[in-house]
Design a protein around this ligand. Structure first.
Ligand code: PAF
Length: 288
């Protein structure tokens, strides 16, 4: 653990100054965009960035444009002081915590329209404006950060594909890297939203990952996809989840798959447990 607190900057001018200094020294710059409330999953993204770059910065910004009315923007946990402490433990070099006006100054009038993996009848069906907000802020942040590599979690799998597409389509300089989902000991995917779960819900929540991994195993063994997914849906619903989607999709295009040779396959789920919406995904092992 670093003995020193890491520096936090709040303005684009300060960020650019720091990054320009690193670049002038020929140092490779890594970047992890986050919305804060950092947990070990985020820290593993920082470590991944650290393996790929000499300098690592992390942004903490709860992006209003990716939340729809009625979602949890207002109650999303904001824990900057604790976040900065956690970042010091993994030797991040800089925290960028811009105010909303730094990202969306008065008069801001630009939107990003996303297609391809952003229109897959998964998250986009339930959160129709979400990915345009994500794409807008990620395009801005990557541009502001002027980084060589940016790391995103596979936990938000559709988001990762949307960001890869965005970076390619807009010729963003950064290499986009996906990092594996970090899990609690019982399999629950780490998420800043897990704190919304009651004690009883927290005990039930790992059933989501158990059902996914079992379905992935059966599909890899050659069981029919439709049958396996129907069984997984039934099992999760029986535990009290209200399912938004639980689907087998092509891992790169998110197209629907009927047979395991249509893959590589990813199983993706979003389901509500009480008032908390959980998402998760796992890969299906390729047929030999
Ligand atoms: O995954 C997240 O935390 C956010 O969607 C991101 C990529 C930081 C954009 O606000």
């Amino acid at each position: 653990m670093s003995a020193f607190p890491i520096q936090t900057v709040h303005t684009l001018a300060e960020l650019r100054q720091r990054v320009a200094l690193w670049r002038a020294r020929g140092e490779r710059v890594g970047f992890v965009p986050t919305m804060g409330a950092l947990h070990d999953g985020h820290l593993s993204l920082v470590e991944e960035a650290r393996r790929r770059a000499r300098r690592v910065m992390v942004s903490v910004f709860v992006n209003p444009t990716q939340f729809a009315a009625g979602e949890d923007f207002d109650r999303y946990p904001r824990t900057l002081a604790a976040d900065v402490e956690r970042l010091a433990r993994v030797d991040a070099d800089l925290c960028y915590a811009p105010a909303a006006e730094e990202i969306y100054p008065p008069g801001f009038s630009t939107a990003v329209t996303v297609g391809g993996p952003a229109v897959a009848d998964l998250e986009d069906h339930f959160r129709p404006t979400h990915f345009s907000g994500v794409a807008l802020v990620v395009a801005k942040l990557l541009n502001q950060a002027d980084c060589d590599v940016a790391v995103f979690g596979e936990k938000d799998y559709q988001q990762l594909l949307v960001i890869r597409r965005l970076a390619r389509d807009l010729d963003l300089r950064a290499e986009i890297v996906g990092a594996p989902t970090l899990r609690e000991a019982d399999g629950l995917a780490m998420s800043s939203r897990n704190i919304y779960l009651s004690k009883e819900e927290r005990a039930v929540a790992p059933a989501l990952h158990r059902a996914l991994t079992e379905a992935a195993r059966l599909i890899a063994e050659g069981e029919p996809i439709g049958h396996v997914m129907a069984g997984a849906r039934e099992e999760i619903a029986a535990k009290g989840f209200v399912i938004d989607y639980l689907e087998a999709r092509h891992a790169e295009t998110l197209a629907r798959v009927a047979f395991r040779h249509d893959g590589p396959i990813r199983l993706l789920v979003a389901a509500k447990l009480g008032a908390t919406r959980l998402i998760d995904n796992v890969a299906v092992e390729a047929p030999r």
